[in-house]
Ligand binder design. Structure first.
Ligand code: C2E
Ligand code: CA
Ligand code: CA
Ligand code: CA
Length: 275
């Protein structure tokens, strides 16, 4: 029915037609890519800001296209999110992360991104647990990054899946925190362990007075709610110093490392940890 609606719309709007067509071809190609093993995970360290040592890595998907080269997620994840393809990609991501996990030292966790649409799958928690069992992965070494919108909608099924996964041992992080509208009261009752402060708040630190105050407020609130905080997009020593001075324990960003292939991430870990 949805498909028909799209086709009807095409008669009225040529640019829309082009967009639907190109999305359809991306979807078809992406489906093939998933089957042909063209998807890969890159890894970006999440570090303890006081020591600069990694405590975990965020897995970020890339499409190694045979002709077009490396394609970034912004070019294909939104398309995948329009169909159930994101569900299949999501399970592939978890599987790839589980396979990578034993290569890292045991105190290191891996965070994966989970799209809101994946929670529409009533089997999500069950299948995730199956995959984790299958690869003998330790649940508390895996963190799911979800977005604030998921918390606002507060559908019973979402909350019950999240609780289920949290009780199984997974960490739950709220990604891009501060860009959505989740209320404090909701944060308190949701099964979450970490806030990832969006790069937009970190970018202009420490010069921008407003961002400084907002970041300070988020950090104070997180401490009261006993949530861990990861600052996203840390690019300078000044940003790091400001964050450390305000008791922000963890950070991620180009200042430490860009997302890199698994072998690079492992070499980085070894190099940093023996220092
Ligand atoms: P995100 O989850 O917010 O990931 C952080 C993005 O910021 C990544 O972009 C990362 O490369 C970039 N980044 C990290 N540090 C810095 C920095 O210091 N400066 C700047 N300018 N950027 C930085 P990337 O890898 O292109 O991913 C974009 C988005 O695609 C992600 O945003 C996430 O929403 C989505 N995504 C990535 N992998 C997956 C996946 O496996 N599944 C799903 N559903 N979405 C994914
Ligand atoms: Ca993320
Ligand atoms: Ca983010
Ligand atoms: Ca983002």
């Amino acid at each position: 029915a949805k498909q028909k609606g799209k086709r009807r719309f095409m008669f009225y709007n040529n640019s829309m037609e082009a967009l639907v067509k190109s999305n359809l071809s991306v979807e078809l190609e992406l489906n093939k890519a998933l089957k042909n093993g063209e998807l890969v995970l890159f890894y970006q360290p999440i570090v303890d800001l006081t020591t600069s040592k990694p405590i975990g890595f965020e897995a970020l998907i890339r499409w190694q296209h045979p002709e077009k080269g490396l394609i970034f997620p912004d070019a294909f994840i939104p398309v995948a999110e329009q169909s159930n393809l994101i569900t299949e990609i999501g399970y592939w991501v978890l599987e790839a992360a589980c396979k990578a996990l034993p290569n890292f030292p045991p105190h290191i966790h891996i965070s994966i991104n989970v799209s809101a649409r994946q929670f529409m799958d009533p089997q999500l928690a069950t299948r995730m647990k199956q995959i984790i069992y299958q690869y003998h992965a330790t649940p508390n070494r895996i963190t799911l990054e979800i977005t604030e919108t998921l918390l606002i909608e507060n559908i019973e099924q979402v909350v019950s899946s999240l609780k289920n996964l949290r009780d199984f041992g997974l960490g739950i992080s709220v990604d891009d925190f501060g860009t959505g509208h989740s209320s404090l009261s909701k944060l308190k009752v949701m099964p979450i362990s970490t806030l990832k402060v969006d790069r937009a708040f970190i970018m202009d630190l420490p010069d921008n007075k407003e961002d400084k105050e907002l970041t300070e407020a988020i950090l104070v609130m997180a401490q009261k709610l006993q949530l861990k905080v990861v600052a996203e997009g840390v690019e300078t020593a000044e940003q790091r110093d400001f964050l450390v001075a305000n008791q922000c324990n963890f950070g991620q960003g180009y200042y430490f490392s860009k997302p890199v292939p698994l072998d690079h991430a492992l070499a980085y870990t070894e190099r940093i940890l023996i220092k």
